[in-house]
Design a protein around this ligand. Structure first.
Ligand code: GLU
Length: 428
């Protein structure tokens, strides 16, 4: 069977690409002259399968999309507190090339505007690093996200640098406020080179899938950045990633994204997919016009808005049975399933609390559970401890060892399988 995903992407490309309004970025000559008919979309799963339609393998400069990855690299290298001292996390509501600084601290408002991104670039490596070493770290980091060695588009680099009056002005202002202390012109050069790194839609979708996959590159298996870094970066992408259209984007499309002036858009659906679109003509905010259409369409068709709730927590209880024990009492066997988080664990505990003192034993069966996050583990352990205090014997069937810490769980009997329920009953 041919998967319908590729056919679907081809169909939306056709629908969203029918006309081609907007205009290429005019302030970088090389981008102004780029082929504005390019159009493509790629979606990468977190196990590294990439679906695409249109111009999936043509290189284009990553531009502002690099800001999200370099922010991730800076936090991974120095820790969040260190980075927050230099760059804030508040949406600016202004154009990307405004010198938007926070009153009082003088920090750039966020890492997705140029002032913040120039600063983030300056944070990579130590103060003793040369501009070349700094750029190499950036380049190595972006390549690790893509899972291959990326190249710089030298023509785009030279073209942008020849006109980078505004970024030089911003960098000089930042230096004058001591936001960074390295040479501002070297930072502009390094940052411009960072923006000139070429990617294809396939690369970009995989880079997004690395974020979606908690920082692990799906193909190479490399942990490029820690999961806590991903959480921070996606939060900032959600609120600041789409220039001054972030509010519109949040309400209409609703997944973290970052766009670039070459016409690329990167989207991330945590735990699911990385998304990449390309169409060089931009709207009045500087976002790819047909790229926004494509993302809007995918979000609606595929339920990708992150505010669309997950599966209701009630689905976590697969079966709840009461068996007779050889001693004449009863054993309650509660079988759970799926991904259990706070609301799922709360539901389980509430269910078990009902008439719990009637049973002499409680069996918690986790064989069909796919994941148990930290809070759910702690809640179930606390529930078990309380049952044990009430004199109820606890049996935990946990072949995958989801419950990593049972030290406070009232010393349950741990089994790998439920086995024959009658022999289980003899346990009591
Ligand atoms: N290199 C571009 C600049 O700094 C990136 C801007 C963008 O993609 O929004 O002006």
């Amino acid at each position: 069977m041919q998967t319908p995903v590729t056919d679907y992407l081809t169909e939306i490309l056709h629908d969203c690409g029918a006309d081609n309004p907007g205009a290429n970025a005019a302030y970088i000559p090389e981008l102004a002259n780029a082929d504005s008919d390019r159009l493509g979309v790629c979606v990468s799963t977190i196990d590294g399968v990439v679906y695409g339609a249109g111009d999936t393998d043509l290189p284009f400069s990553i531009q502002s999309i690099s800001k999200a990855f370099v922010y991730a690299l800076a936090i991974d290298e120095h820790g969040l507190d260190y980075v927050l001292r230099s760059v804030g996390v508040e949406p600016s509501g202004e154009a990307f090339n405004e010198l938007s600084l926070e009153k009082g601290s003088g920090r750039p408002l966020n890492p997705m505007i140029n002032a913040g991104a120039l600063t983030t670039h300056s944070l990579i490596g130590g103060p003793a690093d040369s501009p070349t070493e700094r750029f190499e770290k950036v380049h190595r980091g972006l390549s690790a996200f893509a899972g291959r060695n990326l190249e710089v588009d030298e023509a785009v680099y030279r073209s942008e640098l020849s006109e980078a009056y505004r970024n030089r002005a911003i960098a000089n202002m930042l230096r004058s406020y001591d936001v960074f202390t390295v040479d501002p012109l070297q930072i502009v050069e390094g940052y411009t080179r960072q923006c000139s790194i070429n990617v294809t839609l396939r690369d970009l979708a995989l880079m997004g899938a690395t974020f979606a996959n908690g920082g692990v590159q799906p193909v190479t298996g490399e942990q490029v950045v820690a999961p806590s870094v991903v959480r921070q970066v996606l939060s900032v992408m959600m609120t600041c990633g789409m220039y001054d259209a972030a509010g519109d984007w949040m309400s209409n499309v609703g997944f973290p994204a970052k766009s670039g002036v070459a016409g690329g858009i990167l989207g991330v659906l945590p735990g699911q997919v990385g998304i990449a679109t390309l169409s060089p003509r931009l709207d009045e905010h500087g976002n790819s016009l047909r790229g926004v259409r494509l993302c809007d369409r995918m979000s609606r068709d595929m339920g990708m808005h992150i505010m669309e709730g997950a599966e209701p927590a009630r689905a976590v209880v697969r079966r709840d049975r009461v068996l007779r024990s050889p001693r004449g009492g009863t054993i309650r066997v509660c079988s759970l399933q799926g991904a259990i988080q706070f609301s799922g664990a709360e539901r389980v505990l509430r269910l078990l609390a009902d008439d719990h003192d009637k049973h002499e034993q409680l069996v918690l069966d986790l064989r069909r559970v796919s994941s148990l996050n930290d809070v759910a583990q702690r809640m179930l352990a606390e529930g078990m401890r309380r049952f044990a205090l009430d004199g109820i014997g606890i049996v935990l069937v946990d072949p995958e060892r989801f419950m990593t810490d049972l030290s406070s769980a009232g010393e349950p009997t741990v089994l790998r399988d439920l086995g024959d329920l009658r022999s289980l009953a003899r346990l009591s």
